[in-house]
Design a binder for this molecule. Structure first.
Ligand SMILES: Nc1ncnc2c1ncn2[C@@H]1O[C@H](COP(=O)(O)OP(=O)(O)OP(=O)(O)O)[C@@H](O)[C@H]1O
Length: 208
């Protein structure tokens, strides 16, 4: 396996583009989810009074092609996160750390009410229309900000929007594209079927 993606991370840390955080600052781990890269674990961040979610990159030591693919995808997500995480409708990105298995982890803001899907399941019948409308408007603000930054999410659905203190935070840029470097020759449609624009089924130009 080429180590270029790993080197990119080390270089980005050394040059100060990404903050490196010492792993021993994170205490009280609780597993909260499992994604494509690996586990998502909640920690308390000693000294900062913050609760964070560490999203780990578990590499496959047997199938090195998966290994390289996931590192590239992890870095891709990191690069996009860095560009948008200052906006209030995105999960904040604090930096990266290496856990006790020497695996990289993204250190993210912890969303205290889980995914939008779980949140609506629990609360929908008791919510005011104004609260529902305000969530929809804030998601639209986030998407507008993404598009203003030439990023297309490509996998926007209720499990990739997290809720923190009642506010929506767009997350998970694994499938997102930088609009300035889109490969228009590809005919693949991305995302969760129920959330894909129906026009993608009929017209190639909507697929990206
Ligand atoms: N910042 C966070 N705060 C709170 N919970 C989170 C956070 N990030 C992820 N989670 C939880 O962990 C689960 C897995 O998240 P993750 O983003 O890794 O994967 P996914 O979106 O389910 O899958 P994939 O990465 O394959 O698209 C989420 O569904 C959510 O419940």
């Amino acid at each position: 396996m080429t180590n270029i993606p790993g080197e990119w991370l080390e270089k980005a840390i050394t040059e100060g583009h990404i903050t490196y955080l010492e792993f021993d600052k994170f205490t009280n781990p609780v597993v909260i989810g499992q994604g494509g890269f690996g586990k998502v674990i909640k920690y308390e961040w000693k000294g900062s009074e913050l609760t964070v979610a560490l999203k780990s990159l578990r590499v496959d030591r047997v199938d090195t092609s998966i290994d390289e693919k996931s590192i590239k995808s992890f870095i891709h997500e990191l690069k996009l996160l860095r560009r948008v995480c200052s906006h209030p409708n995105f999960i904040a990105f604090h930096g990266i750390t290496k856990d006790s298995y020497k695996q990289y982890n993204m250190v993210l803001q912890y969303a205290d009410e889980g995914t939008l899907r779980e949140y609506l399941k629990k609360k929908f019948n008791h919510m005011l229309w104004t609260d529902k409308l305000s969530i929809a408007i804030e998601i639209a603000h986030g998407i507008l900000f993404l598009h203003d930054n030439n990023i297309i999410h490509q996998d926007l659905h209720s499990k990739n929007i997290l809720i923190h203190q009642g506010k929506p935070k767009i997350a998970d840029f694994g499938l997102s594209k930088d609009g300035t470097s889109i490969d228009t020759s590809s005919s693949a449609t991305h995302g969760m079927l129920a959330y894909i624009d129906p026009r993608c089924c009929f017209d190639n130009k909507y697929k990206h």
